[in-house]
Design a protein around this ligand. Structure first.
Ligand SMILES: Nc1ncnc2c1ncn2[C@@H]1O[C@H](COP(=O)(O)OP(=O)(O)O)[C@@H](O)[C@H]1O
Ligand SMILES: [Mg+2]
Length: 266
């Protein structure tokens, strides 16, 4: 379809470094000695057949589960012993394959709540006056409205999240993760279950956010989306890193084709 994106000019030092990471569940290694880096400003794809270990890798990066071995460095700091919320405040954002917004809260409140932890930490530290609290609340509301605008959901800001379609939930999730000012966002299958029209909006919004300097690591089965968005792609199979390269290179790599054909269909 469209040409492969050029690597971003800003692609620089590693935001995230994964070094010999292993995750065992019982006798089975879901992630088996994987190493890679995500560079500042890039959109890096992570593909592979079902069961390859992609979501487990996200769980490890985000701090939802501890690694059995290896190191994970975020902006140079080893974060393996840090809980998920510390990694969020270090600039790591993550969206889920199946977003679960608070169904009865408005879109605006859903986005504002995503930034609450940060504000809460500041409030405790500074003993803000009620007037300052109100000012913070106004600023947070404005920021949330700007983010809803960014993901084209402004007109639904006061509606409850339960009315959203699957694709709109993915967009809301993107606005929520942006509320914490991430430097890198891990996206788990943003195209899954999304209709063609909304998919174009999602691709466009990811590009726009990337153009603001935010790095992405993207798990996705939709190969068209991967080749349109990603500067570079990693392929996992059976817990290991099979290869890496430009989207067109990995798509015709015989090892990749075999992994998809041999695996439990992607
Ligand atoms: N919490 C868990 N307990 C036991 N096995 C798990 C757990 N999470 C993932 N696995 C296993 O690890 C392997 C990789 O799974 P996953 O990371 O979800 O793959 P992918 O996202 O690439 O489809 C699978 O065999 C899966 O069954
Ligand atoms: Mg998965």
């Amino acid at each position: 379809m469209s040409a492969i994106p050029d690597p971003p000019l800003s692609a620089g030092p590693a935001v995230l470094q994964v070094r010999n990471v292993v995750k065992r569940y019982g006798g089975m290694a879901a992630v088996d000695d994987v190493s890679f880096s995500v560079h500042d400003g890039e959109i890096l794809g992570l593909i592979g057949p079902n069961g390859a270990g992609k979501t487990t890798m996200f769980d490890l990066l985000a701090g939802s589960v501890p690694p059995t071995a290896g190191r994970i460095l975020l902006n140079g700091a080893n974060v393996c012993d840090e809980p998920a919320h510390r990694r969020i405040s270090r600039g790591l954002g993550r969206t889920f394959q199946i977003p679960r917004p608070f169904p009865d809260l408005s879109l605006l409140d859903n986005v504002m709540l995503a930034g609450q932890d940060q504000a809460g930490e500041r409030l405790l530290g500074n003993f803000l006056t009620p007037r300052k609290v109100a000012a913070e609340e106004r600023a947070a509301r404005q920021k949330a409205m700007d983010l809803l605008d960014l993901v084209s959901l402004t007109r639904l800001a006061e509606e409850p999240a339960r009315i959203l379609s699957g694709g709109q939930r993915k967009l809301l999730e993107l606005a929520r993760v942006m509320m914490a000012d991430p430097r890198i966002i891990l996206l788990d299958e943003p195209a899954a279950g999304v209709n063609a029209t909304l998919l174009e909006v999602i691709i466009d919004r990811i590009r726009e956010i990337n153009a603001r300097g935010i790095t992405f690591l993207l798990i996705e089965h939709n190969i068209d989306m991967v080749s349109r968005l990603c500067h570079r792609v990693l392929v996992m199979a059976s817990g290991q890193l099979l290869c890496e390269g430009r989207p067109d290179e990995v798509a015709r790599d015989p090892r990749v084709i075999e992994a998809y054909l041999g695996g439990t269909a992607a």
